[in-house]
Design a protein around this ligand. Structure first.
Ligand code: UD1
Length: 420
């Protein structure tokens, strides 16, 4: 199993490019099931989760080709089954994103129930209830969601009592080919949801309200092949900016979308970073001392839960006391125990972490990655810790960060990937 060895203490300087967004690529890959013909995608990140989604599509008979520039072409003309198998779904919850498109296109779907995961029970009840509202019969049997809509899906009004990103995306993909109008109330407003909407509209779907809490979908008979470029990954970008806020230095991230990450940029400024933006690039300079920042996670446009772990790392070495509240997931503090092993002064009470920062707090220790963003927080801690930090189980990080050690080493970090 691969591990990362990180020698802390180097400032990070230079220019890098943001990768395409994982959370946009996954639903857009799933949306290829709705098409008659080919979907061409560029800026797809080279990540384990993307490979898993491709395997899910391939297992249903989709033909996928890839050129040297990582442009994907997915042809779903010859699908031969509508089953997302447990062996694939268990490694990635987002596989549930094929439920909506399969139901819409074929009137049936079997998708393995995703199991528990490190950051809480993460149920799929909202996905299932919405499919029922659109007219599907849904049962869970033998560990599988089995859904049928013999007479096709019918538009409906769907009110989410909890905002769900993939829930909203599943309904969007089901409703685009349903008969009549669907209204989604309390929809997720994440930029990745808007990216999916843009791609679906390019295929000929009729959707209005992108970026707002209410989406209106008017069903169409069929969707057409298209080419689409995935938006930059705001969480990857924000993670690297946070790294430089912690190490000190000067970084420019090109091909990024600062307009999708205002809440994080505001917090980095509050922590003492100097940030300037252009429409597709961000520069961050850090040459003052780091100040602690309170955060509370919430759906977009507020502070993303996917940046909570990285900000706990930042606060361990910042001046002052910080309070970090996690409101989205029930058990998303697995990184805290590992950061404490590295010297962080952190206490937990329910969904709140209190961090007493100290610029010399972190020292190396063998630590273990427990989920994707938790792993990122350990990498950031390793970059500033005294000594060489060994991070085990880094397959989690490969699910969501493209060539992380290569990108950070190009900025001056000292990270080595070792196997065994
Ligand atoms: C997506 C993102 C993930 C991010 C999360 C929150 C993708 C592939 N993943 O995950 O990176 O951390 O949004 O921004 O886009 N819930 C239910 N029932 C459901 C569905 C969700 O109770 O059927 C709850 C969840 O347990 C959680 C909250 O709703 O408490 C939000 O989760 P949701 O937005 O659905 O997360 P994902 O879409 O899985």
């Amino acid at each position: 199993m691969d591990k990362l060895l990180i020698e802390g203490g180097s400032k990070l300087n230079g220019t890098m490019r943001a990768s395409g967004a994982k959370n946009s690529a996954l639903p857009i890959l799933a949306s290829s099931l709705l098409l008659e013909g080919k979907l061409s995608l560029s800026n797809v990140p080279h990540l384990k989760d993307v490979t898993t989604m491709i395997e899910v599509l391939g297992s249903m008979g989709a033909e996928i080709s890839l050129d040297d520039d990582m442009n994907f072409e997915i042809n779903t003309s010859n699908l031969n089954n509508h089953i997302a198998r447990y062996e694939l779904v268990k490694t990635m919850r987002a596989s549930v994103l094929v439920l909506g498109p399969l139901l819409a296109k074929f009137g049936q779907a079997e998708v393995a129930l995703p199991g528990g995961c490190a950051i809480g029970s993460r149920p799929v009840n909202l996905h299932l209830e919405s499919m029922k509202k659109l007219g599907a019969e849904v049962v869970t049997e033998g560990g599988y969601i089995k859904a049928k809509a013999v007479n096709g899906l019918k538009g409906a009004e769907i009110l989410f009592d909890t905002i769900s990103v993939t829930g909203t995306e599943n309904v969007l993909m089901a409703a685009v080919l349903a008969e009549g109008k669907t209204i989604i109330k309390n929809a997720a407003r994440e930029p990745e949801v808007s990216d999916l909407i843009e791609c679906l509209c390019q295929m000929g779907a009729r959707i209005s309200g992108a970026g707002t809490k209410e989406l209106l979908i008017e069903g169409v008979q069929e969707l057409n092949p298209t080419s689409f470029k995935i938006i930059p990954d705001r969480i990857e970008t924000a993670t690297y900016l946070t790294a430089v806020a912690m190490t000190g230095g000067n970084i420019t991230i090109k091909d990024s979308r600062p307009d999708t990450m205002e809440s994080v940029l505001d917090k980095l400024r509050e922590a003492g970073a100097e940030i300037t933006t252009e429409s597709d690039s961000i520069n961050l300079k850090m040459d003052s001392s780091l100040k602690s920042v309170d955060i509370s996670t919430a759906p977009y446009p507020l502070f993303p839960t996917d940046m909570q772990a990285q900000f706990i790392s930042l606060n361990t070495i910042a001046k002052g006391q910080a309070k970090v509240v996690e409101t989205i997931f029930e058990n998303r503090f697995m990184h805290v125990q590992e950061l404490i092993r590295m010297g962080g002064d952190i206490s937990l009470a329910g969904n709140t972490a209190i961090i007493n920062g100290n610029s010399d707090a972190l020292h190396s220790a063998p630590v273990m990655a427990t989920d994707l963003r938790a792993s990122a927080s350990l990498v950031l801690a390793g970059l500033v810790a005294k000594g060489v930090t060994k991070i085990d189980r880094i397959y989690h990080i490969d699910r969501g960060y493209e060539r992380i050690e290569e990108k950070l080493n190009a900025l001056g970090a000292k990270i080595e990937r070792v196997s065994g």
